[in-house]
Write a protein that binds this ligand. Sequence first.
Ligand SMILES: [Zn+2]
Ligand SMILES: [Zn+2]
Length: 312
Amino acid sequence: MSINRRQFLETVAAAAAAARVAGQTPESSLWNGSVLDAHLHLRRDLDANIAHMDGCGVSHAVILARDNSGEAMHAAQAKFPGRLAWAASTDIAQPTAEARLTQAVKDGARGLGELKFHVDADGPELRRMYALAADLGVPILVHFQEVPHFEREGVFATGFKRFEAVLKAFPKTTFIGHADAFWANVDAAYANEAAYPTGPITRTGLTDRLLGDYPNLFGDMSANSGNNALSRDAAFTADFLRRHQDKLIFGSDCSCTDGKGAGVAQANNPAANRLAGKCVARETLTLLQKSVTPAIFRKLAWENGRKAYKVS
Ligand SMILES: [Zn+2]
Ligand SMILES: [Zn+2]
């Protein structure tokens, strides 16, 4: 049996047109293909998450939710087929934390996170979670922050400068680093003096070295922290993204309402006002697109997150 080439091409074109009409990936043409936002917090109403995704051309997302969100996420996945995966967090100080997170993974969570707690990065609470993530075969997303953004905010997963020992101690754990201290430490001159340091970057910073040396460490580029670090020094950024093209994952952590910058993009964080009135997803995707080749952009915006969270 043979099909002539023109008929074949017409069939393909018709199928593509039908997919566009069905609107399966709204505005994804903005970024020339599918985009996974690997850091999108669950909103009061999941339709609000979808509104954000559609507004900034994000086709897929990993929704960061509480451990007991299985039912809600199943309903959301049925309503928006193929677009949503989720990761689970719980209060890691509670003795039930491991059981709750284990249940969340049984309920479909693809990762543990975001874990943002007032503990040491190498303390007993997080060590239990690192071991659990390896046992469950899911990645663990940690918020590292050494400098408070406002009075009484406190600090989170402190001691990133000592984190290499953790990477060594948990070789089977897939770590995804995120937030201020993870990103400030791309600069070798950083000494915990500011949440979001500015200016040219001194090469061979700790984060850069750990990403290169440890196959179990990945980087989540979300939030002002990721955007700020990648906006400081264009020559550094292009080189850093190219060298770690298989280790870096796009995420927004954006809280704007419409995917275009309405509302507050970095909720509750006066230190991040450089992104006021902007959508973090749009800003970071634009920055990535202008810094790397289309093939590397595809890895950063889609492939790497898809692999880490096993999104099909
Ligand atoms: Zn965070
Ligand atoms: Zn946004």
